[in-house]
Write a protein that binds this ligand. Structure first.
Ligand code: UT7
Length: 334
């Protein structure tokens, strides 16, 4: 019996998109009992982008995907599969992947949505990489996109200051050799934390009724402190395990690209991992928490800041509702 050939997947292109409309801390000060100082000190956000009415997750996803395809000089029909990580699909069904496929005009592909909240982009990259590794697919379009403003209660100061809308897309292709591409990952889910961050209404347990709407069950509900503690502990744990089993330390990382949920979570994780401060990629001040969009948006910031080059050693990390935990080690390919 021969050992199957495992092909390493690489990220060959990146595209991102945020809607033009800004929601600043000054705007929020007029909407709820909050302050610019509190938001900056406790979360690290200055402004976030939100959609106009009628713009959905698939619209953001398509804009990001078009940029990624253009960067690589590919047509939509060159793609084999589309994976959309999102917690705010346009609707329950059809999947956002189907809507994106149609809007892109990507003929003959298949695809699906992946639900892992803030870890969705990492989970989707690691999933797509398996299709490349098995040799069954040559080009997988992986998108992380969320319109969080569609499920936020803008009278609840505990959640409305945190989130924004945004999307990012990458193309996964086989790496020519082991000098670039995905090296290793650790993903984990822990449903015991489900109650700490959830949207309880609208599903099969609590189908939408006037009562569920009156009780605001169609909005994000979060116990921030519980999520914060879990995020720091598990993100650190997953990253340390990943570094250790690959014979690396935090100081070896060129770009740490974490989910952007709270600047204090990022700093606490970075300190525990022993990362070089200049390797930590942060853009939460501009976008807030865009859920599945944060990591590709942060990749784009890293490129703009000259911190991602061919061969750079990258560590991505996330914790999200579920709980979901993701950490991925890779070498940047372009
Ligand atoms: O991406 C998915 C994963 N999500 C996360 O990772 C989120 C993790 N959690 C967090 O980032 C933080 O817990 C929050 C940003 C959500 C909250 O920050 P915190 O420092 O944990 O605040 P807290 O909930 O402990 O509240 C501290 C105080 C409270 O007032 P008292 O009781 O001390 O008088 C809150 O009522 O801050 C108050 N507060 C606010 N004040 C002004 C809560 N929200 C606000 C606000 N503006 N927006």
């Amino acid at each position: 019996m021969t050992t199957p050939v495992r092909v390493r997947a690489k990220i060959s292109a990146l595209g991102t998109y945020v809607p033009p409309k800004l929601l600043t801390n000054a705007d929020l000060e007029k909407m709820v009992d909050t302050s610019n100082d509190w938001i900056l000190a406790r979360v690290g956000i200055h402004e976030r982008h939100i959609v106009e009415k009628g713009v959905a997750t698939s619209d953001l996803a398509v804009e990001a995907a078009k940029k990624a395809l253009a960067q690589r000089g590919l047509a939509a029909s060159d793609i084999d599969a589309i994976i959309v990580g999102t917690v705010t699909p346009d609707m329950f069904f059809p999947s956002t992947a189907c809507l994106v496929q149609h809007k892109l005009g990507a003929q003959g592909v298949w695809g699906f949505d992946l639900s892992a909240a803030c870890s969705a982009f990492i989970f989707a990259v690691n999933t797509g990489a398996q299709f490349i590794a098995s040799g069954t697919h040559k080009r997988v379009l992986v998108i992380g996109a969320d319109v969080m403003s569609s499920i936020i209660d803008y009278t609840d100061r505990a959640t409305c200051v945190i989130f924004g809308d945004g999307a990012g897309a990458v193309i996964l292709e086989p790496a020519e050799d082991d000098s670039v591409g995905l090296i290793d990952f650790i993903n984990e889910i822990d449903g015991s934390g489900g109650c700490f961050l959830q949207m309880p209404g609208g599903g099969s347990l609590n189908p939408s009724t006037r009562e569920t709407v009156d009780k605001k069950m169609h909005y994000v509900h979060q116990d921030g402190q519980q999520v914060f503690k879990f995020a720091v502990r598990k993100q650190t744990e997953a990253c340390l395990k990943l570094l250790e089993r690959n014979g690396l330390t935090g100081a070896d990382i060129d770009a740490f690209i974490p989910h952007q949920a709270n600047l204090r979570i990022i700093n606490a994780t970075a300190e525990r991992l022993g990362l070089r401060p200049e390797s930590v990629i942060v853009n939460i001040e501009r976008y807030g928490n865009t859920t599945a969009g944060t990591i590709p948006l942060a990749m784009n910031t890293a490129i703009e800041d000259g911190k991602l080059k061919k061969g750079s050693l990258v560590l991505m990390a996330s914790v999200g509702a579920g709980f979901t935990v993701g950490a991925t080690l890779l070498r940047w390919a372009f």
